[in-house]
Design a binder for this molecule. Structure first.
Ligand SMILES: [Zn+2]
Length: 129
């Protein structure tokens, strides 16, 4: 059982959606993620971003799996970065070199986004004390 949230954006010109499921435990999240792909994921995963694909392997909708044990700014930012990269990458022409990199599999780009976002967030929180 999980709480389900539907997020939407029109930033890409047409409406795209992200489904965010928040599970009670990491174990439940990993089980749901494994059921989606049929593959077992790393037990270290604190969040998981998965996609529905069209016949041209373009992400059409995103499923973000989170859990109450790791519901932090870092994890949320990281998974939303994966979602945004996949949805944006799906709008690029087939011959665009960036298309291979703008997917929900690009860990480096998601970590870069998260480090910068949470780095500034933490500095702003400290400034207000
Ligand atoms: Zn990741």
């Amino acid at each position: 059982m999980s709480d389900c949230y539907r997020l939407a954006s029109t930033a890409l010109g047409s409406r795209v959606t992200v489904h965010a499921h928040v599970h009670a435990t990491a174990e439940a999240m990993l089980a749901a993620a494994a059921a989606f792909t049929g593959e077992t994921l790393s037990e270290r995963a604190q969040g998981v971003t998965q996609a529905w694909w069209d016949e041209e392997e373009r992400a059409t909708q995103i499923l973000v799996q989170l859990n109450e044990e790791h519901l932090t700014h870092d994890v949320i930012s990281h998974e939303m970065a994966h979602a945004a990269h996949a949805l944006y990458g799906a709008t690029l022409p087939d011959d665009a070199l960036a298309r291979d990199h703008l997917t929900h599999f690009n860990e480096t780009l998601a970590h870069l986004h998260t480090d910068l976002y949470t780095g500034l967030l933490h500095k702003l929180h400290r400034r207000r004390r």
